[in-house]
Ligand binder design. Structure first.
Ligand SMILES: Cc1cc2nc3c(=O)[nH]c(=O)nc-3n(C[C@H](O)[C@H](O)[C@H](O)COP(=O)(O)OP(=O)(O)OC[C@H]3O[C@@H](n4cnc5c(N)ncnc54)[C@H](O)[C@@H]3O)c2cc1C
Length: 486
């Protein structure tokens, strides 16, 4: 076992563990892997199981999500070029429709055997209004394509998740978030949206125009229609300084409530079986501050894979596992980076994983995390993947996990090719005990009955859904199950 000989510096662990909990995320046109070969806006296939040859002789490629836990064989994959094509497609559709963003959800929000639409041709920052500090952006724009164009116009997104490979509409559909108790999810920063409903009618909405649609559409789960653009609140362009450091787990749990108020964006990573956590803070620095960019250099194999080997070798010896993990993690050096905000937020994921995340009332965060770590130890659950611990400001989005409460979000992961079920089955009851609400895009086992007790505005959402899609054009089996719609 060569764990001690592997040099684990802070960047390798933060980028590979904290930050690098993941992959080659840019896989295959972001959820629409065949788009480059799709010349017409629509490719059709005979509807049969795994039927892949379309009427015009082209292949309709199967769809799979980022982690590979979901697969589907749509019979039509469509990549409309403009609003008129999209409207025609919806009006003429003889089967149900689902939209795909970048395919970065673990729950079956996207899978369909009918029509799968990608808005990969609705990309780009369309307009920045510096008097209202808003930016209008195409729905299919990847988050990674937003930062620089905004920067050129002197503004930045207020906050971002820890990767930037999602499509904007996909991220908004599930209230995708970053961290920072003063900052809400991306959905909470949306001030206007444009959406095409099941009749092919185009609607604009905001807090003052079609306000019910606006409240529902900011976390729409892809079941109200097709979102074509969103306007987001922005801030004056800013740079961030990222600091990372190791601290004893007890200290992290005790100081979390204070640390979160002292830093613009704060998160930490807790390691199952270890007594240390890695903290990560982001704070604004003057725009003239020179960039400090560490080169991400992995010496030897990816540290997450090293941890995985360590976990395998020590599976039957949890004391040895703790000892070795503590040695490795406590040796991680503190580090600093400075750069444009969007460059600091977006991390690279080069290990695929499966994730469960729940949002619980902010004040319960430390207790809940401690209980999860204790449960892993007590039941000797085979997981070494770090647990991500973040904060999100409460909002007024009807189906947002942060609806009307400041929250702490806790994310549990396991490698994509490892059994995550035992682990998630052990931690989900803990999340529920703390009144947790699951991330809509991450693994959970809840159905409509549970959601109806968690979301006081669910009925209002369902009314809006019915108004804009009375025939259920935009439903799939999963949506029916979680919303209780038949
Ligand atoms: C490696 C990794 C890291 C992640 N990090 C974070 C994180 O830091 N914070 C966080 O909150 N989440 C995170 N997630 C979860 C992810 O942000 C959400 O699941 C998000 O919804 C995925 O966006 P997407 O573009 O891939 O959408 P998809 O997964 O493709 O679709 C999500 C939903 O959006 C709908 N949709 C997509 N486009 C449209 C459209 N134009 N109109 C209407 N509906 C549409 C789909 O129908 C579906 O219901 C992460 C996921 C991965 C794989």
């Amino acid at each position: 076992m060569k764990f001690n000989s592997v040099k684990i510096n802070r960047r390798t662990v933060i980028k590979s563990i904290g930050a690098s909990l993941g992959v080659a995320a840019t896989a295959s046109l972001y959820g629409c892997s065949d788009s480059s070969s799709v010349k017409p806006a629509v490719v059709t296939a005979e509807k049969k199981p795994l039927g892949i040859i379309g009427k015009d002789g082209r292949r309709v490629l199967p769809w799979s999500n980022w982690s590979g836990n979901l697969k589907a064989q749509p019979s039509i994959r469509a990549v409309p070029k403009n609003e008129q094509q999209l409207v025609d497609l919806i009006k003429n559709s003889k089967q149900t429709i689902r939209c795909v963003g970048a395919g970065h959800s673990w729950t079956p929000l996207v899978p369909t055997e009918d029509t799968l639409i990608s808005l990969a041709r609705f990309r780009g920052v369309k307009k920045v209004d510096s008097s209202t500090m808003e930016a209008e952006i195409g729905a299919g724009t990847l988050l990674s394509q937003i930062g620089e164009p905004l920067w050129q116009q002197g503004v930045s997104l207020r906050n971002m998740p820890d990767i930037d490979t999602q499509a904007l509409a996909g991220a908004i559909a599930t209230s995708t978030h970053g961290t920072g108790i003063g900052y809400g999810s991306l959905s909470s920063d949306v001030s206007k949206m444009t959406i095409v409903d099941a009749k092919g009618e185009v609607h604009n909405c905001s807090a003052t125009q079609n306000s019910e649609l606006y409240n529902a559409a900011r976390n729409n789960l892809g079941c109200l229609g097709v979102v074509t653009s969103a306007t987001l609140k922005v801030e004056k362009a800013y740079k961030l300084e990222e600091k990372s450091w190791v601290m004893p787990l007890e200290e992290a749990l005790e100081n979390a409530p204070e640390l979160v108020t002292k830093n613009r964006n704060l998160e930490f990573f807790a390691f199952p079986y270890a007594d240390y956590a890695v903290g990560l803070s982001l704070n604004e620095v003057p725009i003239t501050t020179p960039d400090v960019e560490e080169v991400q250099q992995l010496e030897g194999e990816n540290p997450l894979m090293t941890l995985r080997s360590l976990g395998d070798y020590t599976e039957s010896f949890s004391w040895l596992r703790s000892f070795m993990l503590n040695r490795a993690i406590s040796g991680i050096e503190p580090a600093t980076r400075v750069n444009k905000s969007y460059r600091i937020f977006g991390n690279i994921r080069d290990i695929r994983f499966t994730e469960m995340e729940y949002s619980i009332p902010a004040e319960s965060g430390p207790k809940c995390l401690k209980e999860i770590l204790d449960t892993i130890k007590k039941h000797n659950i085979d997981v070494i993947f770090p647990i991500e611990y973040r904060y999100v400001k409460g909002d007024d989005v009807w189906l947002s996990p942060f609806y009307k409460r400041d929250t702490c979000s806790i994310s549990c992961h396991n490698f994509h090719d490892r059994d995550y079920k035992k682990y998630f089955a052990a931690v989900e009851p803990i999340f529920l005990k703390y009144d947790g609400r699951p991330h809509w895009g991450k693994v959970h086992t809840l159905t409509a009955a549970e959601f109806s007790t968690k979301y006081s505005m669910l009925n209002e959402f369902l009314k809006v859904r019915k108004e804009y899609d009375p025939e259920g054009l935009f439903l799939n089996a999963h949506i029916k199950q979680i919303l209780g719609v038949s």
